[in-house]
Design a protein around this ligand. Structure first.
Ligand code: BES
Ligand code: MN
Ligand code: ZN
Length: 495
């Protein structure tokens, strides 16, 4: 993959070489320390000529002014100082890296008039650098610009308290690694990343102290996971259910649980999808990727919580042995399902996975993530993931984590009227509810497998992949959910 820049922290001083990034507040101008790269006060003139006002993430690239030791100065807007939060610090870090792409060595002078960024703010900026630096180019045998366009190999963050920033960065780095792992998994094509290959990637988390169990088809058959197995039967790639455990909390604390849809490729099965855009269905394991990335992040930062991560890995293919519309399968819960459309496969996988997690672990809550419906993209586009929950406290905590991290959620309703729409005349339920309220009836389906356990379903079909690029993500696979859920755990379920 792309080479990650090395990040160092040092005291505020005048950079002697390379590119110096100076931060400019909207309506505030340069901080006093920036005088070191602008001894004769020439930058202010350049700003006004270029109409650079310091809007968040706007940049102005300049040859170093007379008297500066460095070669280049990059002015970067941070917006209004009182609007600066952790999210904007990450955007600033990402924008700095993006603007300095062609440089060899970059120093970011974290000093803004009237603002004293905390070590966490500085770490958030460094996180933004790492998130921006990711590109999925492993299959390009000819790299753009001979590889130079991938960005500087070293970034030095100059700040007031480098030792504290470095400590805070250890956490940010763990989270970044989790996000980038999730992006890698989503971007990887399905010929390379099948069910077994994905399970092997999850197994690698053992190196961080995560306990990993991989259930085979035979074991799932014994557990009577007829819904999941029905989806898998059309593929020559066998299904796997991966159970990851991070026991960082007190032994007697009930765990929290995250469950991911891991359809390594979704052709639709016999209810086959149209050809246009079908290649995107390599990303139909975005929920499983987020859960795996989250477990990586939590283990790498040694989170003080007991966390279960479960992913259901299958491939949805049309085949002589594939399931048909009209088939009736019996789920692990004992509830029967009439398969109206084989393309509504994610809920079949998750129904068994959620039931299994609830029965085996009695978790404090379950949050599942899934690229579940095209309808959620129609409703919310790429900006918010859909949130469905049977528990207001859990929903509110998720919404807050979404606002803090910028991985935004929008809550949609559940209710008996919607639930009725998936009643079947031949079985306990059917796997589609018709054209209306498609994301909601999919959520109602999942709710039939969670009993009274606090539960939330995140429909990430619009956010896990294909989002417009931003300061903190240039990649098709976004890794959506890792930062969000890391924040949820950190704010409410640790210590
Ligand atoms: N994986 C798809 C949903 C999806 C669509 C994800 C576009 C990402 C981008 C899911 O399995 C699916 O096919 N859902 C169907 C449900 C329908 C048959 C009730 C859909 O949304 O069309
Ligand atoms: Mn489908
Ligand atoms: Zn799918």
């Amino acid at each position: 993959m792309s080479v990650r820049p090395a990040i160092a922290f040092a005291r505020i001083a005048a950079p002697k070489k390379g590119t110096a990034v100076v931060l400019v507040a909207e309506g505030g101008g340069l901080a006093a320390s920036a005088a070191a790269v602008d001894p004769e006060g020439q930058l202010a003139r350049a700003f006004s000529v270029a109409d650079f006002t310091g809007k968040l993430a706007a940049s102005l690239d300049l040859v170093a002014p007379h008297g500066a030791a460095c070669e280049r100065v990059l002015a970067l807007g941070v917006g209004k100082p009182d609007a600066l939060d952790e999210r904007s610090w990450s955007r600033i870090g990402g924008a700095a890296f993006a603007a300095a792409k062609k440089a060899q060595e970059v120093s970011i002078l974290v000093d803004v008039e009237g603002v004293s960024p905390s070590p966490e703010d500085v770490a958030a900026l460094a996180l933004g650098v790492l998130l921006n630096s990711y590109v999925f180019d492993k299959y390009k045998t000819v790299k753009k610009d001979n590889g130079k366009a991938t960005g500087p190999a070293k970034v030095t963050v100059l700040c007031a308290n480098p030792a504290a920033a470095k400590r805070a960065f250890a956490t940010a780095q763990a989270v970044a690694d989790g996000v980038l792992l999730a992006r890698d998994l989503v971007n990887e094509p399905a010929n390379v990343l099948g069910t077994l290959e994905f399970a092997a990637k999850a197994r690698e988390l053992e190196a961080l102290g995560v306990k990993v169990e991989i259930l085979t088809e035979k074991e799932m058959r014994k557990l009577k996971m007829g819904a999941l197995l029905g989806v898998a039967q059309g593929s020559i790639r066998p299904p796997r259910l991966v159970v990851m455990r991070w026991d960082g909390g007190k032994p007697k604390d009930k765990p929290v649980a995250f469950v991911g849809k891991g359809v390594v490729f979704d052709t639709g099965g016999v209810s086959i999808k149209p050809a246009g855009g079908m290649e995107d269905m390599k990303g139909d394991m975005g929920g499983a990727a987020a859960v795996t990335g989250l477990m990586h992040a939590l283990a790498a930062r040694k989170a003080k919580a007991n966390v279960i991560g479960v992913i259901g890995l299958v491939e949805n293919m049309p085949d002589g042995n594939a399931q048909r519309p009209g088939d009736i399968v019996t789920s692990m819960s004992g509830q029967t399902i009439e398969v109206i459309n084989t393309d509504a496969e994610g809920r079949l996988v998750l129904g068994d996975a959620l039931w299994y997690v609830n029965e085996r672990f009695s978790p404090r809550f379950m949050v599942n993530l899934a690229t579940l419906t095209g309808a959620i993209i129609v409703a919310l586009g790429n900006e918010h993931a859909g949130l469905f929950s049977n528990d207001d406290e859990l929903a509110d905590r998720l919404l807050a984590a979404g606002r803090d991290t910028g991985e935004k959620l929008w809550r949609l309703p559940l209710g008996p009227e919607y639930d009725k729409m998936i009643d079947s005349k031949n079985a306990d339920m059917k796997n589609t509810g018709g054209r209306y309220a498609g994301s909601i009836t999919a959520a109602q389906f999942l709710q039939r497998f969670v009993k009274d356990t606090p539960w939330a379903h995140l429909d990430i079909a619009g956010t896990a992949m294909g989002s417009p690029s931003s300061e903190i993500n240039q990649s098709w696979g976004s890794g959506f959910g890792v930062r969000l859920l890391d924040r949820l755990v950190r704010d409410h379920y640790e210590g």
